[in-house]
Design a protein around this ligand. Sequence first.
Ligand code: NAI
Length: 272
Amino acid sequence: MSSSSSFAGHVALVTGGASGIGLACAERLRALGATVVVADLHAGRTADTAARLGLRGVTLDVTDREAVAAVRRQLEAEGLQVDRLVNCAGIVQDPLPPDALTHAQWRQVVAVDLEGTYACCAEFGSAMARRGGGAIVNIASVAGMRSMPLHAYSPAKAGVISLGESLAAEWGRSGVRVNTVSPGYTVTAALQSQIDKGLRDPEKLKANSALGVLIRPEHIAAAIVFLLSDEAQMVTGINLPVDAGWLVAGSWSTFGGVRPGLHHDNHQETPA
Ligand code: NAI
């Protein structure tokens, strides 16, 4: 392992770290030597994750700004100054027209996905800026980059992309980098719940991506950890889609979809 991809001496906070993409990030950062704190709404999963990985777990609702501030103060009092932040806490929504999507549902999605991301950036990113360094990766979605029948989720994720650009400029001279990763369809509890409800069809999701596969959480975590690492020390303010080519393949549906691979052993499974 090269020294620039080691996280020894760094303190990483992963929100939503008890499941899916956040959990994969926590595992990878831990393996690379970081001191990792998982902050998640789900108390049971947070405790299990903390015990299994031997790291610090904190039950936190990212929509509660005062609770986010209290976690920051508590960690600092313990000597844990977070200098790597991954904002993975998020919820999805069912595809609904505006007359079926209640205002309470709309506000909840925006509160967790956008407001919660901002709250954690404002608390932990400001502290990093005052100390003179750090790196943040926020998780948006390809849903924030294209039209979809997700009238709360898509605007919330577009807001996360915009927020990353604003904060990267805000804190650049303070040594804090802020980047965004926009996953495509990734096999996690969140996506599985939509598949189980019949609201997403895995075969169609695969068919609409260039690579013809669904993504695994580790694939997203690899990109996030790269952006947090010193390998990416000149990268700030970007939005990196990690989408198996969903963004480029979608418009091919007008022409009957992307062509099959030329190789006879054309893979349809998620590559290792
Ligand atoms: P997941 O459901 O497996 O994990 C999300 C975690 O966030 C859960 O542990 C949950 O308890 C936590 N969480 C929810 N509300 C919270 C709150 N208010 N405060 C603190 N923690 C809270 O979901 P997944 O798929 O790992 O999603 C992670 C992020 O990736 C989300 O922002 C999601 O929108 C985004 N994403 C996921 C995609 C996918 O296909 N799975 C595609 C594009 C984006």
